[in-house]
Write a protein that binds this ligand. Sequence first.
Ligand code: CAA
Length: 386
Amino acid sequence: MDLTFSEEQEMIRRMAREFAQDKLAPGVAERDRTGTVAREQIKELAQLGFCGIFAPPEYGGSGLDSISYVLAIEELSRVDASVGVIISVTNSLAGYPILTFGTDEQKRKFLTPLAKGEKLGAFCLTEPGAGSDAAAQSTVAVRDGDYYRVTGAKHFVTSGKYADLYVTTVVTDKTKGTKGTSSLVIEKNSPGLTVGPAEHKLGIRGSDTHAIIFDDCQVPVANLLGKEGEGMKVALSALDSGRMGIGAQALGIAQGALDASLQYVHQRQQFGQPLKNFQAIQFKLADMEMRIQAARLLLWQAALKKDRGERFTKESAMAKLFCSETAMWVTNQAVQIHGGYGFTTEYPVERSMRDAKITEIYEGTSEIQRLVIAAGLLAEWARAHG
Ligand code: CAA
C-alpha cells in the first residue's frame, strides 16, 4: 500500500494551504466576531476550482479525486472552519448528488455553474420535526402539470442566505414512507421561496445558517433528481460524501489547534523555562498528534473507498465520528495548554473549540454515525455468514 500523494493531490494541498494562510488567516477572527461570511475569498476559491472538486471538466469542474477533496477541506479548515464547511457543502451536498443522480441536462444547468463557482449550493433536509430522524419529512411537493408546488420549511441550512440553489428533500407520496420522498433542485429565485432569519451560533460563525421556507413554491418537474421515491437515497448518499467533508473539516480544526499549541509552548515561559520542556505538556502534544494522525488515516480510507467506486457509507461515518471527536478532544487540550490565555479571544484556540462542537452534530450526530457504522458492520457479518 502506497500513501504517497500524486502531483495533483500535492498541488491542491499546497494551493489550499497557501490560500488559507494568505487570504483566510488575516480576517478569520474578525469574521468570527461579527458573524460575517468570507464572500470574496469564496469567490476566489471558486475561480481556483475549489467549488467543483468532484465535477468533471466537461461540467466546469476540476475532476479531482476524494483524497484531493479531503486535503483541500482540511487545509482550509485548519485556518477557517467556516470557509471549510461552505466549500464542503457546495461540493458534497449540492454538486455531488447532481453529479450522481442528475441527467446530462441537469448537470449542465445546475452542476456547471456550481463547479465554476458562479453559483453556491446548499442542502435542505433537516426540518423542525425531522433532525436525526431524517425520514420524518413534512415538506410536501404536489404535482401540478409541469411543476411541483412545494410547501414546508427546512431548518439549519448552511449557506442558506448566500446559496443560489438548494438540493431539497420533499414528500411526493405521503402513503409510502421513505419511498414517498423525492429530491428537487430548487433555485433561490423560485416564486414562493423565502430565506428565514440567521441562526446565532456558538461556532462556525463565519458561515450563514438559515431556515428556508417554501410557500406554494413552484418548481419545474424537470428539476427532479433521480426518480420520484428516491429522495432518501439521494439525501443519504449525498451525506456519505458530506460526512467525509465534515471529517476533513474537523481534522483541519484539530490540526489548527495543534499548530497553535506548538507555537505557544515555544514562546510561553513558566518556572523559568518554555512550556515545551515540561513532560505534562509533551504528553498532551503526543496524544494530540497521535489522535490526529489516526483520524487522518480513517478519513483517507473513506476517500480511497469512494474513489474505487465502492459503497463507503460505513467508512465515511467512521471518519466523521472519529475526526469530530478528535477535534473536540484536541481543541480542549489546546485550550488547557494555553491556560487562561486559551480562554480569551487573544489566541485562536477558543474559536477552534467552539467550531469543533458542530462537527459532532451536523450531517448526522455522533449517535447517528454509531448507528450507521453498526448497521454496516452487521450487514457485512450477515453477508459473510450467509
Ligand atoms: N446511499 C444510498 N442509499 C442509501 C444510503 C446511502 N448511504 N443509506 C440509505 N439509503 C437508502 C436505503 O437503501 C433506502 O432505500 P430503499 O427504501 O429503496 O431500500 C432508503 O435510502 C432509506 O434508507 P433507510 O431505511 O436505511 O433510512 P433510515 O430512515 O432508516 O435512515 C438514519 C436512518 C441512518 C438514522 C438516517 O435517517 C440518518 O442518517 N439520519 C441523520 C440525518 C442527517 O445526517 N442529517 C443531517 C442534515 S444535513 C446538515 O447537517 C445541514 C448542513 O447544511 C450541513
